[in-house]
Design a protein around this ligand. Structure first.
Ligand code: ZN
Ligand code: ZN
Length: 368
């Protein structure tokens, strides 16, 4: 599909969803939501820039400064331009009128919109009820098209290579930061954008979101390596473990429990299963092994144009998985003062279950 065909199709799906949600107009800022819808987002700064989509039409409130480039990228979208000396208020009213939303009762706003622009929007749509546009966009973005699955697979290949490079770098005396830099290097060499490289060694592994630092690896360290970035606008995210030297029996025992939790969640992931059921499958394994209180986060999150997006694989979530949905499975056990273990794979839901993007095993990896 051409970029324009994709845009037209997504815009049509959004319009249908607006009708179903009884939303009069949705306002998107130049965020991942706009990137998903249009394949492009103009610079996002203090100048208000909003794409308004209603069942009747669409128009974009556009700072003059960036209008030429946007017009070239989105030829079918009408731009309602405003200049610095005039300010955006009159143009915003004109744009709302253009899409038939001057007296909108329900306005869905991009949750990543700047607060000053949301205030502007609320002042222009006075009296309207404002709701979170995720309610409309989340379900649309969650189900990926074949082209999106292909892009996610290409991004995941970079992530696999980065894990292999990190494994090769882990050795006594090497710092967490140096491992992290090697990861970023692999991303850049592949033409991808590195976004995070979490390297949590030894006791640092007990912090699920440890900030990679200057600690140097020592013999016996388990190391959590969680990395992610984007290639061609689509994200990857993976966690693997390394151990410097021979792993202890305790390490092997905990690693096997986390691995069993991943397998249980993989087995539970299929069309019709709820996100809550997938979370429960992983959580049950860890609870049964006696470590329930040390699994301190949800099992997973969706991934696509954003690194974290719906569906949310968490306790009690009633969202039913559909073919084409993409999410992580990343249970962990965090033992304060000792170490932590997390294993993460991204999967996409298929007719009869799910498929992993990564080609890497999750076994105990001895490094250094
Ligand atoms: Zn993740
Ligand atoms: Zn991750």
């Amino acid at each position: 599909m051409s970029a324009e065909t994709t845009r037209t199709a997504r815009l049509a799906r959004l319009r249908t969803a607006l009708g179903e949600a009884e939303v009069d107009v949705v306002a998107l800022a130049p965020t991942d939501n706009l990137r998903w819808l249009c394949g492009f987002a103009p610079l996002y700064d203090e100048r208000a820039c909003l794409l308004l989509v209603s069942p009747q039409g669409s128009a974009m409130l556009m700072p003059d400064l960036n209008a030429e480039q946007t017009a070239a990228r989105l030829p079918e979208v009408e731009l309602v331009r405003w200049a610095d000396e005039d300010g955006p208020v009159a143009a915003l009213h004109a744009a709302l009128a253009r899409v038939g939303a001057s007296s909108a009762a329900r306005v869905a706003a991009d949750p990543m919109m700047r607060a000053d622009h949301l205030l502007l929007l609320q002042a222009a749509a006075r009296g309207a009820h404002t709701l979170d546009a995720s309610a409309v966009l989340g379900p649309l973005r969650a189900v990926k098209e074949a082209e999106e699955i292909a892009r996610l697979a290409r991004a995941a290949e970079v992530a696999d290579r980065a894990i292999e490079a990190a494994w090769a770098t882990c050795a006594p005396g090497v710092s967490e930061r140096e491992v992290g830099e090697r990861i970023s290097q692999v991303f850049r060499e592949a033409g991808a954008e590195p976004e995070f490289a979490l390297v949590a060694s030894g006791p640092h592994g007990a912090f699920p979101h440890h900030e990679t630092g200057e600690r140097r690896l020592v013999a016996g360290d388990p190391i959590v390596i969680d990395l992610g970035g984007a290639l061609d606008g689509y994200h990857c995210d993976i966690t693997r473990m390394a151990v410097i030297g021979e792993p202890s029996d305790r390490y092997r025992e905990i690693h096997a429990i986390v691995e069993a939790a991943v397998v249980a969640a993989l087995d539970a992931t299929r069309p019709g299963a709820t996100c809550g059921a997938v979370d429960a499958a992983a959580r049950q394994v860890i609870a049964d092994a006696g470590y329930g209180e040390y699994f301190v986060h949800r099992t997973g999150h969706g991934l696509g144009v954003s690194g974290h997006e719906p569906p949310w694989v968490m306790a009690g979530d009633p969202t039913e998985l559909e073919v084409g949905m993409v999410h992580s499975i990343e249970p962990g056990i965090y033992l304060p003062g000792e170490f932590g273990i997390r294993l993460e794979d991204i999967v996409h839901v298929t007719e009869d279950g799910c498929e992993r993007f990564s080609g890497l095993a999750r076994e105990v990896h001895v490094a250094g």
